[in-house]
Design a protein around this ligand. Structure first.
Ligand SMILES: *[C@@H]1O[C@H](CO)[C@@H](O)[C@H](O)[C@H]1NC(C)=O
Ligand SMILES: *[C@@H]1O[C@H](CO)[C@@H](O)[C@H](O)[C@H]1NC(C)=O
Length: 480
């Protein structure tokens, strides 16, 4: 009896000690298993409480800008930074790695450690950091749809301690309520058909609702072609949910296709990636996800050790240069997110972007964007080919900033790169020279020039222009 009492008291003491320690100190050093310096509120188990990780405002704004520049790309081509197995995160408890001992990054030392979590921060925190591609593995067990990190044949390990599927969906919905205009791609990594459609569709309906661009929307409103992000925004659509067939099969579990699309991208392991310009086989037409894997189940067996078998992503920059749609990182933290930045220099935009007189300079020296106070300095303009978004050149002459400049060579227009790949192509063509970038695409009510159609279409539009000119001439004559 006394022993039991003693144990209880001791446990109580430890809990109180933990609460005191964790609640009074808030830097990462006090949170167990945190891979980097973050400021957050620790929960009783030493993990960051949901939504408490402080994220640098410059980083948040810059990664938002990197989505805004893509507004006129189709959803298919949009790059959204991905957190591999986003739900398998320590704040969800011991089944999700709360008691992991491996310290990030590998090689794990000691190698006899346990690392079952793929992430250490909540979905809310990942989204706050700039993650826009979320992954959920759903399993039906104990009469509920749940999320769990299991293999394809060990469904029996799913139990009532696993978090309900509705929970992350609710969390994403709540985040979108607070973050109007943001886009999220949700990847359902259902390993084999879990049935129970209502248990999947119900939470989507309840927490995401009309924000989802459904398969019916794609058919009926967009002629089965992925719309641009700008069109999606105008139509109030901010979420795309897709299931990807498990490698080697082409079975899509779409739960009657009410919300879930068949996945359109190809999955590849991080180890299959090669840097720019090879870009791991990325080209203008395919959509790719490269995922990493931090998991380590005690033994250093190369068949199951994630970092060996799949590889890890410690830096997003090459994936961004290549315009990979979904680079899926593990143990995502603000430090990793910062490696995805290719646009604003630290502290920029120093002058807020307000209208078409706001100027943006791309520094040829460090490849970053600035808002100089002097927009009248003489610089060349960044000119993009009307027919090939990866073809860039200088303007014919330099001049002070003018959003309507006519100094680009014929067949080119003054432009802003729409993603990291176009940006890299621009850098390749200007060497170390500073150039003006077109601010217009970042302004509200921007109208993207109609993309030029291939040769045949261009001939047509040319004849259209000719008829407009003829019509105009006729009307001028009539008026006279
Ligand atoms: C971790 O492990 C300890 C005992 O080994 C346990 O008491 C605790 O509840 C576990 N979970 C978390 C979230 O720390
Ligand atoms: C792009 O790559 C895919 C393979 O991933 C290939 O099938 C396709 O032909 C390539 N397209 C172009 C335009 O090179």
């Amino acid at each position: 009896m006394a022993q039991i009492l003693g144990k209880k008291n001791c446990l109580g003491f430890i809990i109180i000690l933990q609460i005191v320690l964790c609640h009074h100190l808030s830097s990462s050093a006090d949170c167990r298993g945190v891979s980097t310096e973050v400021v957050c509120t620790c929960d009783d188990f030493g993990h960051c409480e949901r939504g408490t990780v402080e994220v640098d405002a410059w980083l948040q704004n810059t990664l938002k800008t990197q989505v805004e520049v893509q507004l006129d790309l189709s959803f298919y081509h949009a790059q959204l930074l991905d957190a591999h197995n986003s739900y398998n995160t320590r704040p969800y408890g011991t089944l999700y790695g709360a008691n992991d001992t491996c310290t990030w990054p590998p090689p794990y030392n000691p190698s006899l450690c346990i690392g079952i979590a793929n992430q250490e921060f909540s979905l809310t925190d990942l989204l706050n950091m700039g993650i826009r591609a979320i992954e959920l593995d759903n399993w039906y067990c104990e009469n509920e749809m749940r999320i769990a990190h299991l293999g394809s044949t060990i469904a029996q390990l799913c139990n009532s301690e696993h978090v309900l599927f509705s929970q992350p969906v609710e969390e994403i919905g709540a985040w979108l309520d607070e973050n109007e205009g943001e886009f999220i791609r949700l990847y359902m990594n259902e390993k084999y058909d879990q049935g129970n459609d209502a248990a999947v569709n119900g939470p989507f309906e309840r927490y995401l609702g009309d924000r989802v661009l459904t398969p019916a929307d794609l058919r009926n409103n967009y002629n089965n072609e992925w719309p641009t992000l700008r069109t999606m925004r105008e139509d109030g659509k901010s979420v795309v949910i897709a299931h990807l067939a498990t490698a080697g099969t082409d079975e899509f579990y779409t739960h009657q296709g009410k919300f879930i699309h068949p996945g359109f991208w190809k999955d590849k392991k991080r180890n299959e990636f090669s840097n720019y310009p090879q870009c791991g086989g990325k080209n203008e037409t395919n959509a790719l996800r490269f995922y990493s894997d931090s998991t380590h189940y005690v033994f250093d067996n190369e068949n199951i050790d994630g970092p060996t078998r799949v590889g890890i992503i410690e830096d997003f920059s090459e994936f961004v240069k290549c315009g990979i749609q979904y680079p899926g990182g593990d143990q995502v933290n603000p430090q990793l997110m910062e490696t995805a930045v290719y646009t604003w220099a630290k502290g920029e935009p120093a002058t807020p972007i307000t209208d078409s007189t706001s100027c943006i300079k791309l520094s040829g020296t460090n490849s970053r964007w600035y808002t100089p106070t002097d927009c009248s300095q003489n610089l060349y303009f960044a000119c993009q080919s009307l027919s090939d978004t990866t073809d860039w050149t200088f303007s014919v002459s330099a001049g002070s900033y003018d959003v309507n400049t006519r100094s680009c060579p014929s067949g080119y227009r003054f432009a802003l790169p729409q993603n990291g790949y176009q940006h890299q192509k621009l850098l390749d063509s200007i060497d170390d020279v500073d150039v003006w970038l077109n601010v217009a695409p970042l302004l509200a009510d921007y109208q993207h020039p109609t993309p030029p159609a291939p040769t045949e279409g261009r001939a047509q539009s040319l004849s259209a222009i000719v008829s407009v000119v003829v019509l105009a001439a006729v009307s001028v004559i009539l008026v006279l």
